[in-house]
Unconditional design. Structure first.
Length: 400
């Protein structure tokens, strides 16, 4: 009994530690908007549709009247995990296809005040490994999803400066499915949590052709509680030990620029930072005992550049490239639940005016990351080779 119990507890501790590391790769810029075709370039300064409610609330002041933006997105990932020990079964492609959607609305109160709301998800991933893979007693399927409802406000200080603020009401869902250690049946565990965070935005317009945007987003912390479970070998009686852990999305800063070069061309850019080093130490509570883990994380840096080309009065082409550094200090010691690393994004998209009050857009983005090697747990050591993702999105904008 003791061996089975200890094995289950250790497995869950390894999983929860790995999942905490996971959060870095779960923080995505892609939320089914026009920004996807720009690889996110200029997101805090673009202010061309209602999605600015999230990218920079201050940008609502530059929208005409009331505006609605809705989007749909499909992510397809190639995340094949190969176990180092050739005698063991590999994990297979852990992601596959994942759909997403978003909705944003901006309302003009008067010349100096805008109110808005956004509903979106940019935090989360669902993983599913092969049924017969070597780590099926640790994790076979897992989901961590965060859905955010963000009311926001923009206030014009003067002709050049606008201040924005948004409050994120975040709902986190966690679930885990694994095979029982005795090989009979599965264990399904899940939990949910609410968390709040703050988004501050500033937009400076030195001229009609130039916008500079700055956003600060505070950290989000989800606390999840699940039980390590097992059965006594003779009686079959189930035992449980509670495990509590946190999944964190760090504070971040984004500085963006938008420059209208002439009637056809515009240049956009980003510089960003995320505070991952603050989460290098993780505390997991097992029963009434606290266990500390060192995750060896580092802050990440982001840079992007994009261009917009106005083919005609009704058609605009977007394209962009972005680069993000890895949250891991060592790519030889990453989590098998998230193959994060130095990442490149390449985006392209088109926006088409349908009339005076509406437009539609489509965008594609390719994301590629460096190899991620996993050393813990040792029995499942291996690597992700050339992990990559494809994003397809459509958006619709209505002006009232």
């Amino acid at each position: 009994m003791k061996a089975s119990k200890v094995a289950s507890i250790v497995s869950l501790m390894i999983f929860m530690t790995a999942f905490n590391v996971n959060a870095g790769g779960l923080y995505l810029y892609e939320i089914a908007t026009e920004d996807l075709g720009l690889a996110g370039a200029g997101m805090a300064a673009r202010a061309q549709d209602a999605s600015t409610v999230v990218s920079n609330p201050a940008g609502m002041m530059y929208l005409d009247g009331n505006q609605l933006t809705v989007g749909g997105q499909l992510l397809y990932g190639n995340l094949d995990y190969d176990v180092e020990d050739e005698r063991l079964e590999d994990g297979g492609n852990a992601v596959g296809a994942l759909p997403a959607a978003s909705l944003f609305y901006s309302h003009s109160v008067n010349e100096r005040l805008r109110l808005g709301v956004g509903l979106y998800g940019n935090f989360g991933l669902s993983l599913g490994f092969n049924d017969d893979w070597a780590g099926r007693n640790l994790v076979k399927d897992s989901t961590m999803m965060g859905l955010t409802l963000q009311p926001a406000m923009a206030y014009s200080l003067n002709n050049q400066w606008v201040l924005g603020i948004g409050v994120g009401i975040n709902y986190g869902i966690f679930s885990l499915t694994r095979d029982r250690a005795n090989g009979v049946g599965e264990v399904e565990q899940n939990d949910h949590d609410w968390a709040a965070n703050l988004r501050l935005g500033l937009l400076y317009t030195p001229s009609e052709q130039t916008r500079i945007g700055l956003t600060y987003t505070s950290a989000v912390k989800y606390d999840f509680n699940i039980n390590a479970t097992g059965n006594l070998p003779i009686s079959g009686e189930e035992w449980q030990i509670p495990i509590n852990t946190s999944v964190n999305a760090p504070q971040q800063i984004m500085l963006s620029g938008f420059q209208q070069l002439n009637t056809r061309w515009a240049l956009l850019g980003d510089l960003g930072w995320q505070d991952w080093s603050n989460f290098s130490k993780m505390d997991t509570t097992v029963g009434n005992k606290q266990v500390a883990s060192i995750l060896h994380l580092q802050d990440t840096w982001h840079a992007a550049v994009g261009i917009q080309y106005q083919i005609s009065q009704v058609t605009r082409i977007n394209t962009g490239v972005a680069y993000d550094t890895s949250m891991y200090q060592d790519q030889m010691n990453t989590s098998f639940l998230m193959p994060a690393g130095d990442t490149w994004r390449l985006g392209i998209g088109v926006q088409q005016e349908l009339g005076i009050t509406s437009s539609v857009g489509a965008a594609f983005e390719y994301l590629m990351s460096e190899d991620a090697n996993v050393s813990s747990p040792a029995v499942l050591a291996g690597r992700y080779h050339d992990p990559n993702m494809f994003f397809f999105a459509i958006n619709y904008n209505q002006r009232f």
